[in-house]
Design a protein around this ligand. Structure first.
Ligand code: E4P
Length: 217
């Protein structure tokens, strides 16, 4: 399973990229709004840092296929690594069909059922994003959705990649790796949580102490 970072924050993207753990970035309208910067400007900067798929979502106010197609073409023109993120609606599927026929990669977002994922794949999506955390929030096991989609895609030889999204903690990461997600898109704070373990910290301190007690600082 590969990792993308789920943020539009440049500092976090730089830090994760420097560690070599991520190979792509996902953003959404909320994450872009959080940075309070111009969409094109922030996406261009992200694309100059990470050499991999960068998901940029159509504006939340664009709901018709024509508008999403137009905006999708514009997003794709920002950088060759751009992936156009489209919400899972009837109009969204129409846009995915047209954009994928123009070799523009799409990531169908806000996936909450396996049938939504299957339709998005058939419309030509390069990626589908099931939202694990938001399902858990309503007492529905998000990981089961990832598992079901992975099984269906494997059974039918579907090449669309599964991006496990809405990940809230390291346990989610392990769950979706076991469930067969191709990619997990994780916020920076989850990457930090994945790095740390108290026994690692204690071990480092002990090695330091033992070494300096013999050889000095
Ligand atoms: C990524 O594609 C999604 O937009 C994101 O993971 C949603 O996460 P959230 O449910 O924590 O907002």
């Amino acid at each position: 399973m590969k990792f993308f970072i789920d943020t539009a924050n440049i500092d976090e993207i730089k830090k994760a990229n420097e560690m070599g753990v991520i190979c792509g970035v996902t953003t959404n309208p909320s994450l872009i709004a959080k940075e309070g910067r111009n969409f094109n400007e922030v996406i261009t900067e992200i694309a100059s840092i990470v050499d991999g798929p960068i998901s940029g979502e159509v504006k939340a106010t664009t709901t018709d296929a024509r508008g999403m197609i137009e905006e999708g073409r514009q997003i794709a023109s920002i950088h060759p690594n751009m992936v156009v993120k489209i919400p899972m609606t009837e109009e969204g599927l129409k846009a995915v069909k047209v954009l994928s026929s123009e070799n523009i990669k799409t990531n169908v977002t806000l996936i909450f059922t396996a049938t939504q994922a299957l339709l998005a794949a058939r419309a030509g999506a390069a990626y589908v994003s099931p939202f694990l955390g938001r399902l858990d929030d309503i007492s529905t096991p998000g990981v089961e959705l990832v598992e079901t989609i992975a099984k269906i895609f494997r059974t039918h030889g579907i090449k669309t990649e599964i991006i496990a999204a809405s990940i809230r903690n390291p346990f989610h990461v392990i769950e979706c790796a076991l469930a067969g997600a191709d990619i997990a898109t994780v916020p920076y704070n989850v990457i930090e949580q994945m790095i740390k373990h108290p026994l690692t910290e204690i071990g480092i301190e002990k090695f330091k102490k033992d070494y300096s007690s013999v050889f000095g600082e």
